[in-house]
Design a protein around this ligand. Structure first.
Ligand SMILES: Cc1cc2nc3c(=O)[nH]c(=O)nc-3n(C[C@H](O)[C@H](O)[C@H](O)COP(=O)(O)OP(=O)(O)OC[C@H]3O[C@@H](n4cnc5c(N)ncnc54)[C@H](O)[C@@H]3O)c2cc1C
Length: 389
C-alpha cells in the first residue's frame, strides 16, 4: 500500500522536537486526577508555576476545562491507568524492537526514572502514587536522600527521598523521528515536507482528497495525526474534537561533567532532567494558553531552576537551547485513535498529551491495523472519540 506523509514544516518540527525524551510507562496516571483543579487554582497567578491556566475569553477552552474538571475524579482516573499502562508497555516493546532491528541511533537507554521530592509532604504524595501504580503492576523503590544520591550521584543527598521506577526508558525523540523518516522511503512511504494541508474531503467510501499548499493528494484513507493542530483539520469535515494545546518548555545544554545518567524528575515542580547522548535537557511546565508558541523566559527558566534545586551544581556551558511546544490534550488524558464519525476512511490519532513520544509506535501500529482490517492488538474502545459525546 502506498503511503504519503504530509508535513507543513520539517520532519519533527512539532511537539516531539524538544520534549523530555522519556519513554515512560510510569506516567500512566492520567493528567486529570483528584486535586489537580484545586492545585491549578492555587497556582493560577504564579507566572513560573508548573501548571498555569491563562484566563482569557475563549469559549472552547472554557468548555474543555469544564469537561477536564469532570474527569478529575477517582473513578475515571482508575479507569485510565490500565489503558495508558497497556499502551505504554506495548509501545516500549516496539521501541526495543526498532532499536534492535533498525540502523537508528537515538541514544536509547533503559535506566528507569527517579522522581525526587524536596519536601516530606511531596515524598508522602509520591509514595501514594507508587502504591496506586503498584496495584496496577508497576514496580518501584522508595529511596531516602542518601540512597537516591548513591544510585544517582548527581542528585543532592539532602533531598527528602525519591521513587525509582526501573521500567522506564529514554532516547532522543528528534533523532528517533527523523531517523524513522529516513527509513520510510525504503518501505514505500513518500515523505513530503513543507506541504501544508488546508482541506479534507471524504468524497465516497474509499476516496479521500486532501488539499494542500502543493496541490491535491487522493487516497483510500487519510490519517490526521497533527497534534494540537488536529482540531483545525477535523473542522474541515465539520467535526469538533476536544483537544486543547498545553504549552511546555525545555532548555538543553551540552552534558556537563557530573550530570545525571538517569532521568530525574522533580516531584513538586513537575519537571524532569534527561540525559540525551552528549546533552542534558531540563523540561516541564504545562500552560493552557491556546495555540501560542511565544517563548516565555520566566517559564523556561523555571524548568532549569527546579532542576538545580535537586542536583549538585552543574558547570553549565553557555550554549543553552530554549524551546517550547504544544502538547495535544484531551479532557480525560487518554489519546483518541478512531475513525471520524460519518467518515470511516478518515482516522484521527491525536491527544497524546504528556505521552506522545512514548505512545507514538503503538499508535502507529493501531492505526495500521485499523486500515488493514486486522484485529487490534489492544482494545480500541477506550480510545474512541464517541466517549466524549
Ligand atoms: C516540555 C514537553 C515535554 C514532553 N516530554 C515528553 C516525554 O518525555 N515523553 C513523551 O512521551 N511525551 C512528552 N511530551 C509530549 C509529546 O512531545 C507530545 O505528546 C507529542 O510530541 C505529540 O506528537 P504529535 O505527533 O501528536 O504532534 P506534533 O509532534 O506536534 O506533530 C504534529 C505535526 O503536524 C504538523 N502539522 C500541523 N498542521 C499541519 C497541516 N495543516 N499540514 C501539514 N502538517 C501539519 C506540525 O508541523 C507537526 O510537525 C512532552 C511535551 C512537552 C511540551
Amino acid at each position: 500500500m502506498a503511503v504519503a506523509l504530509l508535513e507543513k514544516g520539517e520532519v519533527c518540527s512539532g511537539c516531539s522536537f524538544g520534549n523530555a525524551c522519556l519513554i515512560t510507562p510510569s506516567h500512566a496516571v492520567p493528567l486529570p486526577a483528584p486535586g489537580v483543579i484545586r492545585q491549578a487554582l492555587k497556582w493560577m497567578l504564579k507566572e513560573d508555576s508548573p501548571l498555569l491556566i491563562r484566563a482569557r475569553p475563549d469559549f472552547r477552552l472554557a468548555a474543555w476545562l469544564l469537561q477536564f474538571a469532570g474527569y478529575c475524579r477517582t473513578e475515571p482516573m482508575l479507569r485510565g491507568i490500565p489503558v495508558l499502562r497497556d499502551l505504554c508497555r506495548a509501545s516500549l516493546t516496539l521501541f526495543e524492537e526498532v532499536a534492535r532491528a533498525e540502523d537508528l541511533q537515538f541514544h536509547y537507554e533503559r535506566r528507569g526514572i527517579l522522581y525526587v521530592s524536596s519536601t516530606d509532604a511531596g515524598f508522602e504524595k509520591t509514595k501514594h502514587s507508587a502504591e496506586l501504580l503498584a496495584r496496577h503492576g508497576f514496580e518501584s523503590r522508595a529511596l531516602t536522600g542518601p540512597e537516591t544520591h548513591a544510585l544517582e550521584p548527581a542528585v543532592l543527598e539532602t533531598v527528602r527521598g525519591a521513587l525509582y521506577y526501573p521500567e522506564d526508558a529514554h532516547g532522543d525523540s528528534y533523532l528517533f523521528v527523523t531517523g524513522l523518516a529516513r527509513i520510510l522511503p525504503k518501505l514505500g512511504v513518500a515523505v513530503h515536507t513543507g506541504v501544508s494541508v488546508s482541506g479534507l474531503r471524504a468524497e465516497s467510501p474509499g476516496k479521500v482528497t486532501v488539499a494542500t499548499s502543493r496541490g491535491e493528494f487522493a487516497g483510500r484513507h487519510a490519517v490526521i495525526a497533527s497534534g494540537s493542530w488536529s482540531t483545525q483539520l477535523t473542522r474541515q469535515l465539520g467535526i469538533r474534537i476536544p483537544i486543547q494545546p498545553a504549552k511546555g518548555y525545555s532548555v538543553t545544554m551540552a552534558r556537563p561533567e557530573g550530570g545525571p545518567k538517569i532521568p530525574v524528575g522533580h516531584n513538586e515542580r513537575k519537571m524532569v532532567v534527561t540525559p540525551i547522548g552528549d546533552r542534558l535537557r531540563f523540561a516541564g511546565t504545562l500552560e493552557f494558553a491556546g495555540m501560542d508558541l511565544r517563548m516565555n523566559e520566566t517559564r523556561a527558566e523555571a524548568a532549569v531552576r527546579s532542576g538545580r534545586e535537586i542536583l549538585h551544581p552543574l558547570r553549565e556551558p553557555r550554549n543553552l537551547e530554549r524551546w517550547c511546544g504544544l502538547r495535544p490534550c484531551t479532557p480525560d488524558g487518554i489519546p483518541i485513535v478512531d475513525r471520524l464519525p460519518g467518515h470511516p476512511h478518515v482516522l484521527l490519532a491525536s491527544g497524546h498529551a504528556m505521552l506522545g513520544y512514548t505512545l507514538g509506535p503503538v499508535t502507529g501500529k493501531l492505526v495500521s491495523e485499523m486500515i488493514a482490517g486486522t484485529p487490534p492488538s489492544l482494545p480500541l474502545e477506550p480510545l474512541r472519540l464517541t466517549r466524549f459525546r
